[in-house]
Design a protein around this ligand. Structure first.
Ligand code: NI
Ligand code: MN
Length: 225
């Protein structure tokens, strides 16, 4: 499969059989995104929570591509009310889709939509596809149940926020990696705006001292897993 990073928390997974799965597609309002919303097509859209920098362009893409949106229940009801296809889930629950399995985890964060209509729970997302486990942490502070998530899942790729202020900063994100013990971590949610400016190179150095590989992706970069 391929994993492409759009900056901030946005990714596209493309499976070997060509299914396109977006995560947190914040593109047109994102000053660091290398792509426009009109360039993107998706079969599935995974959304960690309702904040504008994660919900992003979900409605535009889902309406144009007839994508299936997968997210927490309250946000799912909100998206359904806007006329898009939704599969509602909630924290702790897993479900099999065509491309693999999704499980939602807790995230220590809020989830109000930009229009203030929906107040659900923020989540992380475990994606199990083509023999790999990808854990997108969403926006979250540090919590010790990450140890449990790490014990119960052999996480190949951890997508961990490091930008501080709204989420974990570098020090807490390193501790999160020690709890989850992924094969590799990719730092996210930094340098989009001045308030979350940080140096991912410092994170890479500190987390590699703990024996965990780290790859810093350029905004727009695609890697093969
Ligand atoms: Ni947020
Ligand atoms: Mn955010």
């Amino acid at each position: 499969m391929k994993l492409r990073y759009f900056s901030h928390s946005g990714f596209q997974i493309t499976t070997n059989d060509g299914q396109r799965i977006l995560i947190d597609p914040f593109l047109d309002g994102n000053p660091t995104s290398p792509v426009n919303v009109s360039d993107i097509e998706a079969d599935f859209i995974l959304i960690t929570h309702g904040h504008g920098d994660h919900l992003g362009d979900t409605l535009d893409i889902a309406k144009r591509c007839n994508s299936l949106c997968i997210c927490e229940n309250e946000l799912g009801n909100y998206l359904a009310s806007k006329g898009v296809r939704v599969h509602n889930m909630h924290i702790g629950g897993a479900h099999e889709f065509d491309f693999g399995k999704i499980k939602l985890t807790q995230a220590l964060h809020g989830s109000t939509t930009p229009d203030n209509e929906c107040h659900g729970s923020a989540t992380g997302i475990l994606v199990y596809t083509e023999g790999k486990t990808i854990y997108h942490m969403g926006d979250t502070g540090l919590f010790s149940d990450l140890k449990l998530i790490g014990e119960m899942n052999k996480v190949d790729i951890l997508l961990a926020p490091i930008g501080d202020n709204f989420t974990m900063g570098i020090e807490d994100a390193v501790k999160a990696c020690e709890f989850v013990r992924p094969k590799m971590v990719i730092p996210i949610h930094y340098n989009t705006f001045p308030v979350i400016k940080t140096d991912p190179g410092i994170f890479k150095q500190k987390v590699e001292q703990q024996g965990i590989a780290c790859q810093i992706l350029a905004f727009g970069q695609e890697i093969t897993l």
